[in-house]
Design a protein around this ligand. Structure first.
Ligand SMILES: [Zn+2]
Ligand SMILES: [Zn+2]
Ligand SMILES: [Zn+2]
Ligand SMILES: [Zn+2]
Length: 652
């Protein structure tokens, strides 16, 4: 196993990545990206204000960057407040809203025909629309497989992935569009297939670049490019087409928009107008928008219904919109997840294929729910994000749990009984916290609070440094970890888990950029093991994030050790990770576990996706290698025995 392989999927997010560092190795439910729609011309052709009532032309331009949350999104939340009413529905929504308490089927008007027969869309007055199972589903079952309506790569990834099928660049590289010099393709097949979509985009990209004040903003951010594709797509497919109707049917939360989002929505609207070359509201009509207010609605629908496009190893590479998948509502303890397994390998025409996979068995009549946010985060942080981006507060079981301690915010029992203690809070001041199992009291609450504060600061700092100064970022994560662990923070707790993930990423990056030392490699293995342990305390078996982390741990353990090992190095060694065959055995065990979980998280039918196939190969390779080791040792022993017999026992 080489570092090249470990590294290959990461290339895209190097240096100028817009991807938030904490989402780096996360699963799509952790993913959001901060993107800028690019600089605005000094004189905007249209005045748009996200905060204003419909059709108002008041201006409210801020320099704030547009923040688009790319999470699996949908129309409503689990048991959210406030309840959805008719006014929360998009005004363009052709489906009548029922106000009865119980759920009832929705007339689809010919839309969402890609829904399999065992699923149905139901609507409740509390949760809005949602996806429901009509028959029993089992863990690892692929519930839906859909090519998104549109997808775009994030700007740093345009160079490394195909803009038509999202495949990574082969060794031969990608073919660049000679006109805009921005998008790249596997080959001319991919290029030709995308041309109907790219034709107008190509012109817009060229114009944008020509008027850009500097080279680093010569390409509009992915929200702008994605909205461009949606608007041109509606025209291309026809405003009355199912395609365009499905986009219009997506939920808009413009009426419950948080004031903090006004600026970003406004900025995004201005950028889109500039990108499309529109100079008056009338010019929006060909796109099915009758006013600037309609554009703001579209943007609201877009922001709350955009998913992260990822590689099969969950590295975020772009964003996409799929109205059918967007029907799935949120839970912090979801029974399904979204992944891009890329199983078939062969057919580029059917990629990127978005799969909705059942993470556990689902009974008939139950709702399919995914998570819009990173579920490893504590309650408070999840709620903030849900409120900010999706305008609801979640009241799922996990959010309402009041008993015991949350493993996301816990300390080990000071008497090491195996129990945990909830975090002390700033509000409770010096009030003690106790072990939930043996009631032992945590001694120095002030020191714990200090450690947590410093930990959060270090996480923020290191995250922002990750793309600019990795050495410094790594120093930070290296120094802060022992402070948190000695304060008793458990590996699954925030911010230790996030710091561990970041530290692991930084170590892997440093391993791939120089020839690794045994020490760095071992440190990477230990960090990956701590990260996996933390995840296992929070996420169910088969969760894609857990499965990928296990696979990564296996890969790190299987990397050739730089220092040649002699028999004495691993004989009875108690250090972790061990060397030689015991290390390979651990790698093997991690791979086997990872494979089992990948079959759930990425779907049995897809064989765990591309990553599942890769891990399966690694398992076979290691079986051979470990077999050779065993035979090798047996041969050595037999040789020793034979030579000992030949020499014969010492004579008296
Ligand atoms: Zn391609
Ligand atoms: Zn082009
Ligand atoms: Zn919740
Ligand atoms: Zn205890």
């Amino acid at each position: 196993m080489s570092f090249g392989k470990l590294k290959s999927a990461r290339k895209g997010k190097e240096i100028h990545s817009f991807v938030k560092p904490e989402s780096v190795s996360g699963f799509s439910d952790t993913m959001k990206a901060d993107t800028s729609p690019g600089p605005l011309p000094s004189q905007s052709p249209m005045q748009i204000n996200a905060a204003a009532p419909k059709n108002s032309h008041d201006t409210m331009v801020t320099d704030e960057q547009a923040v688009v949350q790319h999470s699996p999104l949908s129309q409503a939340s689990e048991e959210q407040a406030p309840p959805r009413t008719q006014e929360h529905q998009s005004p363009t929504n052709p489906t009548p809203v029922k106000t009865r308490e119980s759920t009832n089927s929705v007339n689809l008007h010919g839309c969402h025909t890609d829904l399999p027969s065992f699923l149905e869309i139901r609507e409740s007055s509390r949760h809005g629309r949602g996806l429901y199972a009509k028959t029993a589903l089992s863990a690892g079952e692929i519930i839906l497989s859909i090519i998104p309506h549109v997808f775009v790569l994030s700007t740093p990834n345009l160079e490394y992935y195909c803009s038509a099928c999202a495949a990574p660049a082969a060794t031969a590289g990608l073919k660049r569009c000679p006109k805009c010099k921005t998008v790249r393709y596997c080959n001319s097949d991919c290029q030709n297939r995308d041309w109907a979509w790219h034709r107008r985009e190509c012109n817009a990209l060229q114009k944008w670049a020509a008027s850009a004040p500097s080279s680093d903003v010569a390409i509009p951010g992915e929200p702008v490019r994605c909205l461009g594709r949606i608007m041109w797509g509606s025209q291309k497919e026809g405003l009355d087409s199912v395609w365009a109707q499905e986009i219009r049917m997506m939920h808009s939360n413009r009426n419950s928009l948080q004031p903090s989002a006004f600026g970003s929505h406004t900025h995004l609207a201005h950028s889109v107008v500039r990108y499309l070359g529109v100079s008056s509201p009338q010019e929006l009509e060909p796109y099915g928008l009758k006013s600037a207010g309609d554009l703001v609605d579209l943007i609201s629908r877009f922001t709350t219904n955009t998913f992260t496009l990822t590689t099969p190893a969950l590295t975020p590479i772009g964003i996409c919109v799929s109205p059918t998948v967007a029907l799935a509502n949120h839970s912090c303890d979801p029974n399904a997840a979204l992944v891009f397994p890329r199983a078939d390998g062969g057919s580029r025409v059917k990629e990127p294929l978005l799969s909705l996979v059942a993470l556990r068995n689902v009974a008939p009549g139950k709702e399919i729910r995914i998570s819009y946010v990173d579920t490893t985060l504590p309650n408070r942080l999840r709620q903030n994000e849900l409120k900010e981006v999706y305008s609801f507060s979640c009241q799922c079981k996990l959010c309402c749990r009041t008993t015991a301690a949350d493993p996301r915010e816990a300390l080990w029992c000071p008497k090491s009984c195996g129990g945990i203690c909830p975090y002390p809070t700033e509000e409770s001041g010096d009030r003690a916290t106790h072990c939930v199992k043996c009631n032992a009291q945590v001694g120095d609450v002030g020191a714990v609070l200090d450690a947590l504060r410093v930990g959060q600061e270090a996480l923020d700092k290191a995250s922002s440094l990750q793309s600019k100064d990795r050495v410094k970022a790594r120093q930070l994560t290296t120094n802060i970890t022992p402070i948190l662990t000695s304060a008793g923070v458990t590996p699954s707790s925030h911010p230790l888990l996030a710091l561990t993930r970041l530290h692991k990423e930084l170590l892997i990056d440093s391993l791939s950029s120089s020839s690794p030392t045994q020490e760095t490699l071992d440190e990477a293995v230990r960090t990956a093991a701590r990260y996996t342990a933390g995840l296992q305390a929070l996420l169910p078996k088969g969760h894609p994030v857990r499965a990928v982390a296990l696979g990564e741990l296996g890969k790190l353990l299987a990397v050739d050790e730089p220092a040649p090992t002699s028999a004495s190095d691993y004989a009875g060694a108690e250090k972790f990770p061990p060397s030689g065959p015991p290390r390979l055995k651990l790698a093997y065990e991690s791979f086997v576990k990872a494979h089992e979980e990948l079959l759930i998280g990425f779907g049995k039918k897809s064989g765990g996706g591309l990553l599942g196939a890769e891990i399966r190969e690694a398992i076979m390779r290691l079986e051979k290698e470990l077999g050779i080791w065993t035979t090798g040792i047996r041969n050595v022993l037999e040789d020793t025995l034979v030579s000992a017999q030949r020499v014969g026992p010492p004579s008296q």
